[in-house]
Design a protein around this ligand. Structure first.
Ligand code: GDD
Ligand code: MG
Length: 366
């Protein structure tokens, strides 16, 4: 059985990071997210994947060209205009074999046992089985009401607060029969959540599988950072050689550098005297952390520079960005690629700085 993974969305909630890096390629513990997805599918016994792409397909394709997937096939279906979640699945049809498929939203990190869902689906007469997970606030998801028999009674995408009747939501992991693909019109935008699932529900052919496994949609700064903390802490996605202190051998910290696990420091990073890399941080390749600077609970993509005395806490810093001397970036702030935060600025409360922006010294203070 093959999987289709939807990776064609713009990742708008994760901007400005996703202006340059597609959501599927954002790093978790210095591995692109899509790697966790491939491991998840392989662990579920699938033979291959078709990536349904649209926005920024090249970085994803370039990444896989470097790897030998050892018998696991990867195909690419690239749409030239957004086809939506069902249209994106339809667009992969040429790479499928006409049997049932697994479909996964390309931004969910899950510890689910896919094989169990497939087995449950096969026992039933459903045209589609969707996995459900329990969340605090269903309004950002697809709300799903089920009966005692796991037959879906209602599918409501992005419910308003007063429409919330359950905490169970669509986890974005499905098994679909070929009949479902056949009912999706080709070449136009179709939503599986707003069109296909409500139809299947009305026909009584939509079933659910409730999972209590780890699950997170990494599509917002808050959830992406939380997922990063979880992967660094070994909660999900780990393999046998897991190490809480993952420091590339090319990195030799200067005197007085404090490295507090769990951390991940990639190739070529330079950690200068008295710098502190606090717990649950991940530093991408070639980052430079200046004297007495502090990085804590944050994700730094490649080649970020944190100048002497600066503080980065609970934030996401895009590739090549620079945090100036004694500046403070905290509170879920997100910096775009190549921006420069001048000396002494204070960024807080989820502020987002677009790629390439240059903030003059001491011009922002939350
Ligand atoms: N190929 C393609 N084409 N892929 C797309 C398109 C498109 O036009 N639009 C979105 N995608 C991909 C995104 O890249 C993402 O991986 C996935 O489809 C889901 O899109 P999101 O934009 O992340 O949706 P969401 O998080 O608001 O909601 C979806 O996921 C929730 C679970 O995380 C829905 O399926 C909800 O029902 C669900 O609860
Ligand atoms: Mg999402």
């Amino acid at each position: 059985m093959k999987a289709v993974v939807l990776v064609g969305g713009q990742g708008s909630r994760l901007r400005p990071i996703t202006y340059d890096v597609p959501k599927a390629m954002v790093p978790l513990r210095n591995e692109p997210f899509i790697n966790y997805m491939v491991n998840f599918l392989r662990a579920g016994g699938l033979e291959g994947v078709v990536l349904s792409m649209g926005y920024l397909p090249d970085p994803i394709q370039d990444y896989f060209e470097r790897w030998d997937m050892g018998g696991f096939s990867i195909d690419y279906a690239v749409e030239d205009h957004a086809l939506g979640t069902a249209g994106g699945i339809k667009n992969t049809e040429a790479y499928l074999d006409g049997g049932p498929i697994v479909v996964v939203n390309g931004d969910v990190l899950s510890g689910l046992k896919l094989g169990d869902v497939i087995a449950k689906h096969r026992e039933s007469d459903a045209l589609a089985t969707i996995t459900l997970t329990s969340v605090e606030d269903p309004t950002a998801y697809g709300l799903v009401e089920v009966d005692h028999d796991m037959l879906v009674h209602r599918f409501l995408e992005k419910p308003a607060a007063d429409e919330v009747t359950t905490n169970l939501v669509n986890a974005g992991i499905y098994v679909l029969e070929p009949e479902v693909l056949a009912m999706i019109p080709a070449g136009r935008e179709v939503s599986i959540e707003r069109e296909v699932f409500p139809y299947l529900q009305a026909e009584g052919r939509l079933r659910a599988y409730v999972s209590s496994s780890y699950w997170k949609d990494i599509g917002t700064p808050r959830s992406y950072l939380a997922a990063s903390h979880d992967v660094l802490s070994g909660v999900v996605g780990t393999r046998e050689d897991f190490d809480y202190l993952q420091v590339d051998q090319s990195v030799t910290p200067s005197k007085g550098v404090k490295l507090l696990p769990p951390v991940s420091v990639a190739e070529g990073c330079i950690l200068k005297g008295g710098a502190t890399i606090g717990g649950r941080s991940a530093l991408g390749r070639g980052c430079v952390i200046g004297e007495r600077a502090l990085v804590e609970g944050s994700i730094l993509l490649d080649e970020v520079e944190v100048e002497p005395g600066a503080v980065v806490r609970g934030s996401i810093i895009g590739p090549g960005a620079r945090v100036g001397q004694d500046a403070i970036v905290r509170g879920l702030s997100v910096l775009g690629a190549g921006c420069i935060i001048g000396e002494g600025n204070v960024l807080d409360q989820g502020v987002r700085i677009n790629p390439g922006v240059v903030l003059p010294p001491r011009s922002m203070n939350f």
